[in-house]
Design a protein around this ligand. Structure first.
Ligand code: SF4
Length: 450
């Protein structure tokens, strides 16, 4: 990417667009009663996706941007599992008969930190409460540092099909700077064990822009990561926002790469991954060409949800646990963030809705345009608008803004078709922001575009 573009866009703060509108725009106008109504109105033919948030970790990584808590013993985890069980029962009881679950995702936190018997019981409860398709994808996020052979055995037994392993960087100096010591052999061992347990889908998550990271260490991390032959790789940029995540203040800002260095790291990692036979998926994912997600990208059916890029085309994403966010045809539903308040709400009411967002027709239209841009980098505005019985002029961005992006080579308009060239993919969020009616020009809680 040209240096002048880096200089121009590096201070812009834009949402990651895993949802539109982004979650800071949710309000308390959506309540547990709203959620009850939306669940009861579900189409019995709906395909469901379930997300379960397990917010526990053994220690805190300084770069972490997740909602999680460090636990020293199991009591809080058991209390949480009991609440999750109540929430699952409540939601399943409100749905009509018929919807089938096509995807399940356990995120965190560290889902594999659960007591093994607790994890097995949770999976059994899920299968009792919901109709899970025999070919459903059941994915779990894994921290190799705390993965035990007993948990690997349980993952295989309950039918986990995909594991996402957090790696970030294999460089020892970087690992020390982020409080995450995880030698290559530890990750290698976890991958070997998971494959032996029958879990064939392996994702590795890498990060650039971490303290003490260099282009050379980023490329070496990619080399080691691809030697494990993962099916998918993701490469995220570290977002340093210590005002919102206090533990990030433990990172010495003097050791963080600047915007030019971040771009150089990203480019070097992308080139190393592509040269290893992977294809690019969306903005920040890579996959083997024969992987489902690569085929979906090729066919134009790739989707984007709170977990990032996905093949999951479910009509409803039902989310469970503290801070979890679900999506229904009517809009978004977000649970209470703080653990004690979540437990209390579930005990009192069976649901823990804190906020949400009811989508208008205009929101749905803009969400479709933004998802198309984020997934395909090419959207015909007239076609999308027509599907919503709306003239495309209603969503056409300001001509000067388009001309500005075109002048930078970041996007160009051909008739009503808006296209983001390959070289500008890292800036696609800035193009998507053109359609964001809720965008806060100050950026609020969003991360930098680069
Ligand atoms: S293991 Fe993951 S969720 Fe837990 S603190 Fe580290 S980065 Fe955050």
């Amino acid at each position: 990417m040209r240096p002048e573009l880096v200089a121009k866009y590096r201070h812009q703060r834009v949402p990651r667009y895993t949802s539109y509108p982004a979650s800071p725009h949710f309000t308390d106008a959506v309540t547990a009663d709203t959620y009850r109504d939306w669940l009861a109105a579900a189409d019995p033919r709906s395909a469901l996706s379930l997300y379960l948030h397990l917010p526990f970790c053994k220690s805190m990584c300084w770069y972490c941007g997740c909602h999680t808590t460090v636990v020293r013993h199991e009591d809080p985890i058991w209390a949480y599992l009991a609440a999750l069980s109540t929430e699952l029962r409540t939601v399943a009881g409100l749905l009509p008969e018929g919807p089938v679950v096509r995807h399940v995702h356990f995120g965190g936190g560290t889902p594999t930190l659960l007591p093994v018997e607790g994890f097995r019981a949770m999976m059994a409860e899920l299968r009792t409460r919901f109709c899970i398709a025999s070919d459903a994808e059941i994915a779990i996020e894994i921290d190799p540092r705390t993965l035990t052979p007993e948990m690997v055995e349980a993952l295989g037994d309950v039918g986990i099909t995909r594991a996402s392993l957090g790696v970030q960087s294999f460089d020892a100096e970087v690992q020390a700077a982020i409080n995450r010591i995880q030698p290559f052999e530890m990750t290698q061992n976890a991958v070997t064990q998971l494959r032996a347990a029958g879990i064939q889908g392996i994702n590795l998550d890498l990060i650039y822009g971490l303290p003490r990271q260099t282009v050379a260490s980023c490329v070496e991390t990619v080399r080691q990561a691809v030697s494990l032959k993962p099916d998918r790789l993701s490469i995220f940029g570290y977002a340093h926002m210590p005002n919102f995540k206090n533990h990030q203040a433990r990172i010495d800002t003097e050791t963080l790469p600047d915007a030019d260095e971040r771009v150089a790291q990203l480019r070097a990692m992308e080139m190393a991954v592509l040269a290893s036979g992977y294809v690019r998926i969306g903005m920040d994912h890579f996959a083997r060409p024969d992987d489902d997600i690569a085929i979906a990208a090729e066919k134009g059916t790739l989707r984007r949800n709170f977990q990032g890029y996905t093949t999951d085309a479910a009509d409803m994403l039902l989310a469970f646990g503290a801070s979890a966010i679900g999506k229904l045809p009517q809009g978004y539903v977000a649970n209470i963030l703080a653990l004690p308040a979540y437990l209390k709400a579930i005990e009192a009411d069976g649901l823990a809705t804190a906020r949400g967002y009811r989508m208008s027709l205009d929101d749905k239209l803009r969400a479709t345009v933004i998802e198309a841009l984020m997934c395909r980098f090419d959207v015909d505005l007239a076609k999308v608008a027509a599907a919503f019985d709306t003239p495309h002029e209603a969503i056409m961005p300001d001509a000067r803004a388009i001309a500005d992006l075109a002048g930078d080579g970041v996007a160009h308009l051909s008739g009503t078709r808006l296209i983001v060239p390959d070289a500008a993919r890292p800036l696609v969020r800035s193009v998507a922001a053109l359609f964001d009616r809720h965008l806060d020009p100050e950026g609020g809680r969003h991360s930098k575009a680069i």
